[in-house]
Design a binder for this molecule. Structure first.
Ligand code: NAD
Length: 498
């Protein structure tokens, strides 16, 4: 059985904790490797290494760092198919979807290569007689990222790309479910010219995460994962004086107005609901048709489309989506489908018991559709994170606006309409962080920022874009007066603005 490693100071390092976890191929339902789970000592060694690398990396001018980042991008692109295959084999998403996972991460590294411009500070001339003030953004030191299983390339690249661009050294603690792509990304960073220790990968679970947060040498933690863990890491980081931004779960709604192009809306819902087996934090899990006629017509179109969907092996180009990530995920999703039935929702299409020829042990869950779901039901309130789409019928626009606004989560939301005024009103009033107008998965591009509201995000700065650079840097403000002002001797009076 292949034994994976950590990647510390430019080398693969075997785990020494004696603890490991199995990594599965979800198509076959078989163990494909073992990943070591780091002890506190191993985490500490990774932090030592990142701390040793910091003076060289942060001392390099940002344009030179940017060139290395662009070389990294080149290498990732050169190895894209290999990375995508590895990603599919551990995660289960289709090959093309895996390529998208890599691409959306690479775009953030490309954005980070613009750090020389992005890190420019402010300058005010003559704020008082002979005095100027300027501010600069400096790296924090050693920063860390803790990332989820569902985007094993994109989210590590979002975190590391920006932190490294700003001059920090970085420790990535990827998901223990699919660690091979993050390890390969770190190898490619070294090949691109990043000095050893600049990007370390430590595999592990709660023990390594706690060790990172509690180590005073780790100055910032960027977390992405489920809400209970996000919230507890945010609290623990605050208690240890560590800067944190923690992004959590979601329940994304898509409102379909009566004037929308219903074929377009149904196609969008199928892709956004069932793509990647619904294991996206921006997946649509709640369709909100406005008015009974819209609901009936939409439901008919969804059922027709679902009947043509193919769940199958990730590397088979005819598969629309692959298996879910693990046996536990399959059991949890199927359990939720049972809960929905018990709660009185109408199960229109049941994805339980899906089978794929030749892969009897794969973690298959077919596309599932519930209608007449209500806001009190658990299948509406809780994140299922699987290929389960629910329809909540809204009587009118105001009810449709209220549903996502009053939901505990506030990651993404979409509205499908042909009416600009409705779209504009919805975008400005809905209490959700990212909005799509006739765009079902509004993941902002690299140079905007990504972040959900309410229980979907803890902390005040978003990921990537300029917020990302703000998060991974600290501001220094320098007030300067050259000799003539103090030549006459010290002043004991509080300086005034003018
Ligand atoms: P998860 O919370 O189980 O794990 C995320 C990370 O936390 C992993 O690295 C894991 O090893 C670590 N972890 C797990 N338990 C821990 C504990 N008790 N203490 C400390 N660390 C712990 O999440 P997941 O199942 O890997 O990912 C799916 C979740 O991530 C979903 O809820 C999804 O909505 C969310 N997600 C959110 C975003 C976003 O930007 N808001 C993006 C992608 C995924």
């Amino acid at each position: 059985m292949p034994e994976l490693s950590h990647f510390i100071h430019g080398e693969h390092v075997r785990g020494t904790s004696g603890r490991h976890r199995e990594v599965f191929n979800p198509v076959r339902g078989e163990v494909s490797s073992h990943v070591p789970l780091a002890s506190r000592d191993e985490v500490s060694r990774a932090v030592d290494s990142a701390q040793r690398a910091f003076p060289q990396w942060s001392g390099m001018n940002p344009q030179r760092r940017g060139r290395i980042l662009l070389k990294w991008v080149d290498l990732i692109q050169t190895h894209r198919d290999e990375l995508a295959e590895t990603l599919s084999n551990e995660h289960g998403k289709t090959f093309d979807d895996a390529k998208g996972d890599i691409q959306r991460g690479v775009e953030v590294v490309e954005f980070g290569a613009g750090a020389p411009h992005l890190l420019k500070g402010e300058f005010s001339h003559d704020v008082a007689t002979g005095m100027d003030v300027h501010s600069l953004r400096q790296p924090l030191g050693v920063a860390a990222g803790i990332t989820p299983f569902n985007f094993p390339a994109m989210i590590p690249l979002w975190k590391a790309g920006i932190a490294l661009a700003a001059g920090n050294t970085f420790i990535l603690k990827p998901s223990e479910r699919d660690p091979s792509v993050p390890l390969r990304l770190a190898e490619l960073a070294l090949e691109a010219g990043m000095p050893p220790g600049t990007l370390n990968v430590v595999n592990g679970d709660k023990e390594s995460v706690d060790a990172l947060i509690e180590d005073p040498r780790v100055k910032a933690v960027g977390f992405v994962g489920s809400t209970p863990i996000a919230q507890s890491i945010y609290a623990s980081a605050a208690a240890h004086g560590t800067r944190a931004q923690c992004f959590g779960g979601a329940k994304n709604h898509m409102v379909i107005m009566p004037d929308a192009d219903l074929d377009q809306a149904a196609d969008a819902l199928i892709g956004a609901g069932f793509g990647s087996a619904g294991e996206r934090c921006m997946a649509i899990s709640v369709a909100v048709p406005v008015g009974e006629a819209t609901a009936e017509a939409l439901r008919e179109k969804l059922v027709e489309r679902i009947s043509k969907l193919t769940v199958g092996p990730s590397l088979d180009p005819t598969s629309d989506f692959g298996p879910v990530v693990g046996a536990d995920a399959k059991a949890r999703i199927e359990d939720y489908i049972g809960v929905g039935v018990d709660e009185g929702a109408e199960l229109v299409v049941d994805g339980r018991g899906a089978t794929v020829e030749g892969y009897p042990n794969g973690y298959w869950v077919g596309a599932t559709l519930f209608d007449r779901v209500t806001p009190v039901m658990r299948i509406y309130r809780e994140e299922i994170f699987g290929p389960v789409l629910t329809i909540v019928r809204a009587a009118d626009y105001n009810e449709a606006l209220r549903l996502p606004s009053e939901h505990e989560f506030g990651n993404g939301v979409a509205i499908f309409t042909r009416d600009g005024d409705t779209a504009r009103d919805f975008s400005s009033r809905v209490d959700v962080g990212m909005v799509g107008v006739n765009v079902p998965i509004p993941v902002p591009i690299a140079y905007y920022t990504f972040g959900g509201w309410k229980a979907s995000g803890f902390g005040d700065l978003n990921q990537h874009g300029t917020d990302g650079l703000t998060f991974y840097t600290k501001t220094k403000t320098v007030s300067t007066r050259w000799p003539s002002g103090i030549k006459e001797g010290a002043s004991f009076i509080m300086p005034e603005g003018s």
